[in-house]
Ligand binder design. Sequence first.
Ligand SMILES: Cc1ncc(COP(=O)(O)O)c(C=O)c1O
Length: 410
Amino acid sequence: MESNLSVIEKLMREYDRPFYVYEESIISNKVEILLEKFPQFEFLYSIKTNPYNPIVNFILSKGFGADAASAEEVTIAEKAGLSHEKILYSSPGKTRKDIERTLDKSIIIADSYNELILINQVAKEKKLHVKVGVRINPDYTMDGGNGVSSKFGIDEETLIEQKDLFDSLTNIQIIGIHVHLRSQVLDYNILYRYYDKIFELSLFCQETMGWELEFINFGGGLGIVYSSLEDSPLDIELLSDECKKLFEKFKHKINARLIIETGRFVVCEAGKYVTHIVDIKESRGKKYLVVENGLNGFLRPSIVELLTAYTPEGSKLQGCEPLFTAKDAFEFTIAKREKSFLEKVSIVGNLCTSADIMVKDIMLPKADIGDILVISKAGSYSYSLTPVLFASHPLPLQFYVKSNEEICTE
Ligand SMILES: Cc1ncc(COP(=O)(O)O)c(C=O)c1O
């Protein structure tokens, strides 16, 4: 694409307001990697990570299905042109309204026994016979430990006890299982061993529960590098090799769609958050760059600061999905062409809360009021996770730079 910097400067000059900018070429690259390295699998784009229309449309145009986490995300995927079997709707706590709205638009993945009964009831009322999946909370963890209590899914060991209940549901047919245990995994060994266990669980579901599985959804977990100091990238080549072996091991026993949810993997690194410096001040020896829409434009950097404050010195930050992060997760750049000397600054937002700190005490080229600040890794769980309504500031805009350099905004 035309130099990143000139596109960013042009957009800021024209709109004079904070924005996100997403690069299609980076998304495209990630999509191609997955398609090439895992030909046995189908991929679902996790819409919650970034539901911006041009992104959803582009990824779905590459043959990805949708990992929908709400009825509204089912509608987003449907509007993008997906047929119902390409939309897998999985979340805890679906309401009757959610089920009525999505029953014939998606494959619903039931998250509890109550939900299974409700889906069956709704299907009966509508005189439908529907195919559904079940989210299972397996009796193991990703690290090979024993299963834990979870708000997600149905405990694996209860399945057999409830076989009569499953068999009594006249208007639904269980055709798939869904397991998701952890996000942001960078060790391919952990991922493929986890996949292996899900294959074994699928065999149990087929052989003992009597379900004819049409899909196995292995969930998300493909990690990205947040910290250049602490993280090593997920070794896609080795994961791909192991997946091929797994496929060979199970292909004679399982004839189902094998599905992975992409999570943050495809879009995170394609996004940048851009804002500008509206004030510079000093207080008792510290310098502050005040930007428009800090925490309320892009929340994630402030979460790093918050977690750092509660983490013992020298320890890794403990996140949870979708807030996994690292101390050096984000790169802060002042969009300046000329070189100037470095100085220590903290970047803060324009909210009346002391939580509104994007980064403390980093070295940056000397900045002026009006300079543009660019922050990396703003593609996933970024706009969608940010409290943009707080304090009623104008909302950040979003731009999508296509591979042919056309820029669109919606
Ligand atoms: C069921 C499910 N699938 C996929 C994802 C997204 O994947 P990730 O967080 O690994 O990027 C999540 C994250 O919360 C999830 O809960």
